[in-house]
Design a protein around this ligand. Sequence first.
Ligand code: ZN
Length: 244
Amino acid sequence: MALAAWAARALGASGAVAATAVGAAVVIGAGWAGGLVLLAFFVSSSAVSLAARPDRLLDAKGGRRDAGQVLANGGAAALGALLVRPAALWIVTASLAAAAADTWATSTGSRSRTPPRHLRSGAPVPAGTSGAISALGTAGGIGGAAVTALVGALVAASGALGVAAGIIGICGMLIDSMLGALAQGRFHCPACDAPSEWPVHRCGGPTTLLGGWRWLTNDGVNGMATALAALAGAIAWAVWSPCC
Ligand SMILES: [Zn+2]
């Protein structure tokens, strides 16, 4: 699958290597049921990305996902599945529901007629700005969490898993936006006189820090949100699996 995604230019070379490792860890920890949830996340997120308007997104890294993006989205699911085998399917579904929510929100938000508003300032900002939300993007994110949670519920034959993962995925997306608004590094490229989300601009030049933490990039925020969602998935499993 990673090779096919690399050939289709959905993944860069480092992204394909990382995706292979994530896929192997998920299948080892959570079985083929976990693999199906991962597949649902990857196929649906790639399809929604195709419908996005990247030209409208601020400072996108580009279509080909690199290892940092892959691990930010799937690393927590992979690690959780290996470390906590009994709860693996809950961890994988909850964490990937959060990852899907964020990916779907960014892609559908790029089609919003009204620009998103920044959570800190309340001001309208370009689509794709971290920490900003729009109605259409939020609705899309809820859809992404729901689809991933539904596939998890079907392969596990557990409605409790589906409900828990759906709620965790939506909460993960909101935490992602809050961290993006309050803590993520905000940069400016002096050469292009353009806002940026990265310490090095896509032009190759260094950017200057405007606010937030320099080391906390968009990949870092995504990684924190999916890790919290994985932890919440394990807690939900401990609470609900004995009864339902
Ligand atoms: Zn630049």
